[in-house]
Design a protein around this ligand. Structure first.
Ligand code: NAD
Length: 255
């Protein structure tokens, strides 16, 4: 018996075995959760399907979070198969590569809207679609980064999107508290993933985090997975609307 035994939920944002979503999925599975997954497009399906199947998942569905019809289809498929769910994980973000290179003031209107739409609004619409089938006492976790509260070089519009995401977490938590549904964010230190490869000078961010964090090292997908597991489980039943830092202490260290 694990702490997630008897709980069912879905993970959005698995792309490959380097994804933060993969670290989360493995921890949840080990703790006894039953998992469903989505993939963004056919190219990613080839990578996502075998990973999901290796964890015993049978529900693996397409979902571009910009597409309301696909989002609705995901939750109606879950209702058909499972009836109710207990949690979901939002590990999705996107910004145009050029918007992470140019000076921030040169961000285009379209680039700004796209980053906010995929990376922040998607949590709101995903929650709306999930609510009718979410058990009271359920839990929602999204992934964020320190660039939401500090100007991190080159993080640019993604920092603004993460600020909107973290604010959305607080508003959703306030709204859903009555049902005992909790909403939290995990703020991860830099990890080499597909999404991270779009951020200019990412290597430099890794080396700064390693040097300046109190623990003098980077964090792993598994560590982000363990904190997410805590937030999705009954170990954290009084925690909601929070941003939980998993960054080896970096965010608190001015040195
Ligand atoms: P990743 O590339 O493995 O995951 C990003 C996911 O977003 C991919 O699965 C991609 O398919 C999905 N995605 C993008 N646009 C989408 C769309 N329109 N519809 C559906 N899915 C879409 O990279 P990751 O680093 O694991 O990112 C997961 C989350 O963690 C993101 O929110 C990211 O901002 C956050 N995060 C990452 C780091 C890091 O250093 N890697 C640090 C803190 C937070």
């Amino acid at each position: 018996m694990g702490i997630m035994t008897g709980k069912r939920g879905i993970i959005f944002g698995l792309a490959n075995d380097k994804s933060i979503a993969w670290g989360i999925a493995q921890q949840l599975k080990e703790a006894g959760a039953e998992l469903a997954f989505t993939y963004m497009n056919e190219a990613l399906e080839k990578r996502v399907r075998p990973l999901a199947e290796s964890l015993g998942s049978e529900i693996i569905l397409p979902c571009d979070v910009m597409n309301e019809t696909e989002l609705a289809a995901v939750f109606s498929a879950l209702e058909e198969r499972w009836g109710k769910i207990d949690f979901f994980v939002h590990a999705v973000a996107f910004a145009n590569r050029e918007d992470l290179k140019k000076p921030f003031s040169e961000t285009s209107r379209e680039g700004f809207q796209l980053a906010l739409d995929v990376s922040a609004y998607s949590l709101v619409s995903m929650t709306r679609h999930a609510l009718p089938i979410m058990n009271d006492g359920g839990s929602i976790v999204t992934m964020t980064y320190l660039g939401s509260v500090r100007s991190v070089p080159q993080y640019n519009v993604m920092g603004v999107a993460k600020a909107a995401l973290e604010s959305s977490v607080r508003y959703l938590a306030a709204e859903l508290g009555e049902r005992g549904i909790r909403v939290n964010a995990v703020s991860a230190g830099p990890i080499k993933t597909l999404a991270a490869s779009g951020i200019s000078n990412f290597k430099e961010k890794l080396s700064i985090a390693e040097q300046r964090s109190p623990l003098k090292r980077l964090v792993t997908q598994d560590e982000v997975g363990k904190s997410t597991l805590y937030l999705l489980s009954d170990l954290s039943t009084a925690v909601t609307g929070e941003v939980h830092y998993v960054d080896a202490g970096f965010s608190n260290n001015a040195g």
